[in-house]
Design a protein around this ligand. Structure first.
Ligand SMILES: NC(=O)c1ccc[n+]([C@@H]2O[C@H](COP(=O)([O-])OP(=O)(O)OC[C@H]3O[C@@H](n4cnc5c(N)ncnc54)[C@H](OP(=O)(O)O)[C@@H]3O)[C@@H](O)[C@H]2O)c1
Length: 254
């Protein structure tokens, strides 16, 4: 997903854009915000990491100084630091909207699960806790509405898909969409962490994944929410529809 989107100029700002925007280099923030009237803010690597609330507060300050009043924050569910970051934005004086999301369906086709789905075997430290995976296209629609339409300032939208699915069930949907066998291999969390280290995954990223798969995926988010309906007046897209669309793009072709 883009890190920040300057609405007036339609520029996606991240480390590789021109002008660049780097969360770790505050000198890049003002040039990236210049000329925009609203910004979609996606923190990296994750709002769950320590220091995220302070970074969001600092970005809001910088944005308000640059005349960017409307800020739409992409957030995560059931994460203490993410909820503190939301509070920092709410206290900033900006015209805020919060888009608090469940796990993205696109993690299976565009992110860290892609290679293992292609290989037909996904080893994860998960049990039977269901998650209402949300389609990133729904997130984008809500973000665009919040950035460009009236009526979303001061709203906290909690976005989920329309169905609770275990990881095994999500992979079954992907299997049906691709016509291939894609199965879950549950592994103990310590074995998973050792595997990440063996593949050179940095310690902070491995720590984040451990946190997400143990604490955040403990059942606290195993319920549906109505943010898509409230923001857009329509139902969210089902995981099976996402899986069919992603399969049609060839994302999972071997
Ligand atoms: N994935 C989920 O299931 C999920 C669920 C709920 C909430 N979220 C939230 O969504 C946000 C994005 O997560 P994601 O999974 O979409 O991440 P992602 O796909 O890994 O994000 C990658 C993007 O971040 C940019 N980026 C990387 N380092 C950066 C830096 N130092 N400064 C500026 N941009 C940087 C990259 O562009 P460049 O390489 O060009 O910089 C790229 O566009 C996070 O804040 C997370 O908390 C994610």
């Amino acid at each position: 997903m883009p890190t920040a989107k300057a609405v007036m100029t339609h520029v996606n700002a991240s480390r590789t854009s021109d002008p660049a925007f780097d969360w770790e280099d505050r000198a890049t923030w003002a040039p990236a915000l210049r000329g925009a009237s609203a910004a979609y803010v996606s923190f990296y690597p994750d709002l769950a990491v320590p220091g995220a609330p302070e970074a969001i507060a600092a970005l809001a300050d910088e944005a308000l100084s640059a005349g960017v009043r409307r800020l739409v924050l992409l957030s995560g569910r059931g994460e203490e630091e993410a909820q503190r970051a939301e509070q920092a934005l709410q206290a900033s004086g900006a015209d805020w909207t919060i888009v608090r999301c469940s796990w993205f369906a696109q993690n299976f086709s565009e992110d860290y699960l892609l290679e293992s789905v292609r290989a037909g075997e996904v080893a994860l430290p998960v049990a039977d806790v269901p998650e209402p995976f949300v389609d990133a296209d729904d997130i984008a629609d809500v973000a665009v509405a919040a950035l460009t339409e009236d009526g979303h300032v001061g709203a906290l939208y909690e976005l989920t898909g329309p169905r609770l699915l275990t990881f095994a069930e999500a992979l079954q949907d992907i299997g049906r969409a691709t016509g291939r066998d894609v199965r879950l291999v549950p592994v103990p969390i310590d074995d998973y962490a050792a595997e990440l280290a063996a593949h050179g995954v940095p310690e902070d990223v491995a720590g984040l994944l451990r946190y997400l798969f143990t604490e955040v995926l403990d059942g606290r988010n195993a319920r549906l929410a109505d943010g898509v309906q409230r923001a857009l007046g329509r139902e969210p897209r089902d995981f099976a529809d996402y899986a069919r669309a992603a399969a049609a793009t060839g994302a999972w072709d071997a």
